[in-house]
Design a protein around this ligand. Structure first.
Ligand code: PRT
Ligand code: ZN
Length: 226
C-alpha cells in the first residue's frame, strides 16, 4: 500500500482544451497556487492541494498508479482507458466523480458524405480508423458488427482520403472538421464532457477529508450556476 499523504494532488491538462477551464474551476473552489504556469508541479497555497500539469492521456494512469488523487479529464479518455484495462483483465482503477459542464463533445462514427446511411450493419467488414480502439471494439461487439479497428493517434479524419480506412470513429463538437473532410456523423458511441475522476477505492488518510471538501465546494458551485 502507498504511504499516507496529507496533501491532495490533482492532475490537469498542461495545455489544450481542458487546461484553462480546469484551472478556473479549481480556483473557483478556493484553491490557489504559487505562480508556475510553465512548470509540471504547482504547489497549493490556500489549501494543501497541489496541481500536476500533464497530457490528458496520462491522467487516468496517474490516478491508477496513485501518483495523483484526482484528475480533470474528458470522459472519452477515461472511458477508453477503463475499457482497455478491462479488456486486459485488470481491475477498475478510477471512476468519474462529477461531470464538470465543459469540454462537451461526442464520440461518433462518421462515413463519407455520399453514403446512403442505412444503419450499423453497413459497417460490416469495413475498416474504421480511431484513437479510441477499446470503446469502438466494445461498441462493435454490442452491435453485433464485425469490422476492423485501425488505431491512429491523430489526424483520424484524413484516413478515408488516405485509404487506410473507409470509416472513422472520432470526437465531434461543431462538426466542421468532418464537413471539411467530406464526412458525415451517423452514430453516437459516447456523450462526453470533462469529468473530475478519482480512484475506484476511497482514500483513508488526510486526503479523504480534502477530497470531500473539494466535492462539496464543486457541488455548491453548480447550485449557484443553475
Ligand atoms: O496534449 P494533450 O494530449 O493533453 O491534448 P490532446 O490534443 O490530446 O487533447 P485536446 O486538448 O485536443 O482535447 C482534450 C479533450 O477535450 C478531449 O479529450 C475531449 O474530452 C475534449 N474535446 C471537446 C475535444 C473536442 N471537444 C473536439 N472537438 N477534443 C477534441 N476535439 C477535436 C475533434 O476530434 C476534431 O478533430 O477537435 C476537432 C474539431 O472538432 P469540430 O467538430 O468542432 O470540428
Ligand atoms: Zn491527449
Amino acid at each position: 500500500t502507498a504511504p499516507a499523504r496529507d496533501r491532495l494532488r490533482i492532475a490537469i491538462q498542461k495545455s489544450g482544451r481542458l487546461a484553462d477551464p480546469a484551472r478556473s474551476l479549481l480556483a473557483a473552489c478556493g484553491l490557489s497556487w504559487r505562480q508556475s504556469r510553465d512548470k509540471l508541479f504547482c504547489f497549493g497555497e490556500s489549501l494543501p492541494v497541489d496541481l500536476l500539469l500533464v497530457r490528458d492521456d496520462d491522467i487516468p494512469g496517474l490516478i491508477a498508479d496513485g501518483v495523483c488523487d484526482l484528475g480533470v479529464v474528458g470522459l472519452n479518455e477515461l472511458d477508453e482507458q477503463a475499457k482497455a484495462r478491462r479488456q486486459l483483465g485488470l481491475a477498475d482503477a478510477y471512476r468519474p466523480l462529477r461531470g464538470l459542464g465543459f469540454g462537451a463533445c461526442r464520440l461518433m462514427i462518421a462515413v463519407p458524405e455520399d453514403w446512403d446511411w442505412q444503419g450499423v450493419q453497413m459497417l460490416q467488414g469495413k475498416r474504421i480508423a480511431t484513437s479510441y480502439p477499446a470503446i469502438l471494439s466494445a461498441w462493435l461487439q454490442e452491435q453485433g458488427v464485425d469490422a476492423q479497428v485501425v488505431e491512429l493517434s491523430g489526424s483520424v479524419e484524413i484516413a478515408p482520403k488516405l485509404g487506410t480506412a473507409e470509416v472513422i470513429c472520432d470526437l465531434v463538437s461543431s462538426g466542421a472538421t468532418l464537413a471539411a473532410n467530406q464526412l458525415k456523423p451517423v452514430e453516437v458511441l459516447l456523450e462526453s464532457e470533462a469529468v473530475l475522476a478519482g480512484p475506484a477505492h476511497a482514500l483513508d488518510d488526510a486526503r479523504a477529508g480534502l477530497m470531500a471538501m473539494l466535492l462539496r465546494r464543486l457541488d455548491g458551485l453548480s447550485k449557484v450556476q443553475d
